[in-house]
Design a protein around this ligand. Structure first.
Ligand code: AGP
Length: 590
C-alpha cells in the first residue's frame, strides 16, 4: 500500500530514488513521483501509471540535487489522478511530502486549514504538507514542525519530508506503517522496505511508532515523540537484492513458483531448540488462536488440521480483520499465532496489538526480517524464503505450510523425523513441472473465456481449494470459489452450468472417493472437471497428475498446479501476474 523512499548523499539523488522505487513497485502502481531539492527549489515530477510509464514521460531520474524523495501509490483517498499522486507540496512549493498510510481525521483538519491554505488534491496527505507549513511559518525547524504536525494526526503514516528552508535533511516519521533507515557510506536512505536499497547497504535501523528521524548528509538522529534523543544501533539484513531479480523469467511469479522446493528446504532449516520452544508454548496453551489474511490464512487453516491430526491440539483460525471482534475471549492464557509474509499487514498488526494488550503470548510466522510483526511478537519463526516480489503469494505460502508441519512434528517430539521428511519431499514436488505446465497452458487456452471456476476439496486440502481460487481471482480477474467439496450441494451447485470448470483436488487419501463423488455430481450438471490428483478417474476431463506422498503432505503436492493454472490463465488473458489490478503486496491499511 504505497511505497516511500528518501535519499540523501553525495551523488545525484533522483536516479537512486527511482531505482529504489522500482523495487517498491509491488506496494502500489497507480502512480509515481519524485521530488528533489536543487538551487533552493523543490523540483517535482509525478503522474499516473506504473513507474516505467511515468519515467518514460518525465525522466524522473533527471531531477538534479543530492536529496530526493519518491513515492509509488496505491490509491486510498482520492482517485488515481496526477493531482493526487505524491509527492505533495505546501502552498509555496517549499515543502514536499510522501506518505504511506491513512490520516483518518483529514476531513476535520482540511476544514480547519482551508481558510489559510490552498488545496490542490483530494488526498489525506496534503493536509500534512499544510500543517508542517503552518508550524514552519511560526519559526519552527523542519523536525519541530513535523513533530507538531503529527500531534494532530489520527491514523497511520510513514512520512518523508523535505523543505527548501532546510535543504540538507529528510525528516521521517512513522506510526503503524513501516519505515526503515538505511545507513550507507556517507549516504542515507529511508524507505517503506529495506529491499529497496539493499543493493547499496544492508545496515538498517527499524523505526518504531512515533519516532522522528532527522536524516542528514552526515548522520541520522532519532527522537521520540517528546523530542528526546533515542540511541539505536543499525542491524544487518541478510537478504541480497539479487534474490529479488527475475532470473531470466518473464515474471517474478513464475520464478517464485519454481523456487517452491528451495522454499521447503530453507523453511525446514530452523534452529531446533527454538522450534521446540515455540511448539511447547503452543502445546501448553489453554487456548490457541491463529490469525492471518488471504493466503496466509489458508496456510493457517491447513496448520489447524495439522495441529489437530498430528498433535491432537485444537485451535481456531480467525481472519485478522475480524479478530478485534473476539477481543473479549482473549486473555493471558491465550497463545496467538500471527502468520504474515510481509509482517506488516495492518489487520494482522491490529489484532496482535489487541491480543498483546490483553496479555496473550504472540508467536509470529513471518518472512520479512525485522518486520513490525516479527518485532512485536514474543517469539518469531522466519520463513527464510527470501524476497517475494509478485503480489500473489506462492513460495511464502509453501514456506508457511512447512513451519506448521515443523511445529506439529515438534509437538509430537518428532521434529528430526519431520524435518527429514520435508526436506526429502522438496526434491519431488516440482517433479512433473514441465509436463503439468504443458497441460495447464492448454487448459488455460481452452478455459480463459469462462466466467466462473469452482475449486473443491476435503479435509486438510479444503484450504487448498480456497487458495487455488484466490490465486485465480487475484491474477486473472475470473470469479472463483473454493469450498469443502461436501458443501457444494448445499447451494453453490446451483451455479454449475454446461462447461463450468470445477477443479477437484482429490489426492488418493481418505477424501478421494467422497471428493470424486462430489465432482461427479457437478459433472452431471455439465461441469468440466479438472482432477488434481495422484490417482486417475474417468470423471476427469483433464487430469493434472501430482506426486504421491504421505497423506498429511498432500497440500505440498497439489499446490504447484494450482499456482500454475492461475499463472497461465492470467498470462493467456494478457494480465500482468506480478501486478494485478487494485492490489498491493503489503496491505498496510485497514
Ligand atoms: C495472496 O496471494 C495475496 N496477495 C494476499 O491474500 C496476501 O496473502 C494477504 O494480503 C496477506 O499478506 P501477508 O501474508 O503479507 O500478511
Amino acid at each position: 500500500m504505497c511505497g516511500i523512499v528518501g535519499f540523501i548523499g553525495k551523488e545525484q539523488a533522483s536516479p537512486v530514488v527511482l531505482r529504489a522505487l522500482t523495487k517498491l513497485e509491488y506496494r502500489g502502481y497507480d502512480s509515481a513521483g519524485v521530488a528533489s531539492i536543487s538551487d533552493s527549489k523543490i523540483l517535482l515530477k509525478k503522474d499516473v501509471g506504473k513507474i516505467a510509464e511515468v519515467q518514460g514521460k518525465y525522466a524522473l531520474d533527471g531531477l538534479p540535487g543530492t536529496i530526493a524523495i519518491g513515492h509509488v501509490r496505491w490509491a486510498t483517498h482520492g482517485k488515481v489522478t496526477v493531482a493526487n499522486a505524491h509527492p505533495h507540496m505546501d502552498c509555496d512549493g517549499k515543502i514536499a511530502v510522501v506518505h504511506n498510510g491513512i490520516i483518518e481525521n483529514y476531513q476535520e483538519l482540511r476544514h480547519q486549514l482551508e481558510g489559510d491554505h490552498k488545496f490542490v488534491s483530494d488526498t489525506d496527505t496534503e493536509i500534512v504538507c499544510h500543517l508542517i507549513e503552518t508550524y514552519m511559518r511560526m519559526g519552527n525547524s523542519l523536525e519541530q514542525a513535523v513533530i507538531a504536525a503529527i500531534q494532530q494526526l489520527v491514523g497511520s503514516y510513514a512520512l518523508a519530508v523535505i523543505s527548501v528552508d532546510e535543504p540538507n535533511k529528510i525528516v521521517a516519521v512513522r506510526k503503524s506503517s513501516p519505515l526503515v533507515i538505511g545507513i550507507g557510506d556517507g549516504e542515507y536512505f529511508v524507505a517503506s522496505d529495506a529491499l529497496s536499497f539493499l543493493d547499496k547497504t544492508n545496515q538498517v535501523i527499524f523505526m518504531e511508532d512515533d519516532e522522528v528521524a532527522v536524516i542528514a548528509g552526515d548522520g541520522v538522529d532519532i527522537y521520540n515523540k517528546k523530542g528526546k534523543h533515542v540511541n539505536r544501533k543499525p542491524t544487518k539484513i541478510e537478504w541480497e537484492w539479487d534474490q529479488a531479480s527475475k532470473n531470466g523469467h518473464d515474471y517474478f511469479m513464475l520464478k517464485e513458483i519454481i523456487e517452491g522446493p528451495e522454499a521447503i528446504q530453507n523453511a525446514a532449516t530452523q534452529d531446533k531448540k527454538h522450534v521446540m520452544d515455540v511448539a511447547m508454548t503452543i502445546l501448553r496453551a489453554e487456548q490457541v488462536v491463529i490469525t492471518a489474511c488471504g493466503s496466509s490464512r489458508y496456510a493457517a487453516l491447513i496448520g489447524r488440521y495439522l495441529f489437530s491430526q498430528l498433535a491432537g491440539k485444537f485451535c481456531d483460525v480467525v481472519m485478522a480483520s475480524e479478530f478485534q471482534y473476539f477481543a473479549s475471549s482473549i486473555d493471558k492464557h491465550t497463545v496467538v499465532i500471527a502468520v504474515s509474509q510481509s509482517g506488516e499487514t495492518a489487520d494482522v498488526m491490529e489484532g496482535v496489538k489487541m491480543a498483546r494488550d490483553k496479555g496473550a503470548k504472540i508467536i509470529s510466522i513471518v518472512n520479512v526480517p525485522g518486520s513490525s510483526l516479527a518485532r512485536i511478537a514474543h517469539k518469531a519463526l522466519y520463513l527464510n524464503c527470501g524476497p517475494e516480489i509478485c503480489v500473489a503469494a506462492t513460495k511464502s505460502f509453501i514456506a508457511q505450510l512447512v513451519i506448521f508441519y515443523l511445529l506439529s512434528f515438534a509437538m509430537m517430539n518428532k521434529l528430526d523425523q519431520g524435518t527429514k521428511q520435508l526436506k526429502g519431499l522438496s526434491v519431488g514436488v516440482n517433479g512433473s513441472f514441465d509436463e503439468n505446465s504443458q497441460k495447464l497452458m492448454v487448459l488455460a487456452d481452452k478455459l480463459h473465456e469462462q466466467g466462473n471456476f469452482y475449486y473443491i476439496a476435503r479435509g486438510i486440502n479444503f484450504a487448498m481449494a480456497s487458495e487455488g481460487a484466490l490465486k485465480l481471482k487475484e491474477l486473472s480477474y475470473i470469479h472463483a470459489e473454493g469450498m469443502p467439496a461436501g458443501e457444494l450441494k448445499h447451494g453453490t451447485i446451483a451455479l454449475i452450468e454446461e462447461g463450468t470448470p470445477v477443479v477437484a483436488i482429490c489426492p488418493n487419501d481418505e477424501t478421494y472417493h467422497e471428493t470424486v463423488s462430489n465432482a461427479i455430481e457437478t459433472k452431471a450438471r455439465g461441469a468440466f472437471i479438472i482432477g488434481v490428483s495422484d490417482r486417475d478417474n474417468e470423471v476427469y476431463d483433464a487430469w493434472i497428475k501430482v506426486p504421491e506422498v504421505e497423506d498429511i503432505f498432500y497440500p505440498l503436492s497439489v499446490v504447484l498446479p494450482l499456482q500454475l493454472l492461475a499463472y497461465y490463465l492470467a498470462v493467456r488473458l494478457g494480465k500482468d501476474p506480478d501486478k494485478p489490478r487494485n492490489l498491493a503486496k503489503s496491505v498496510t491499511v485497514k
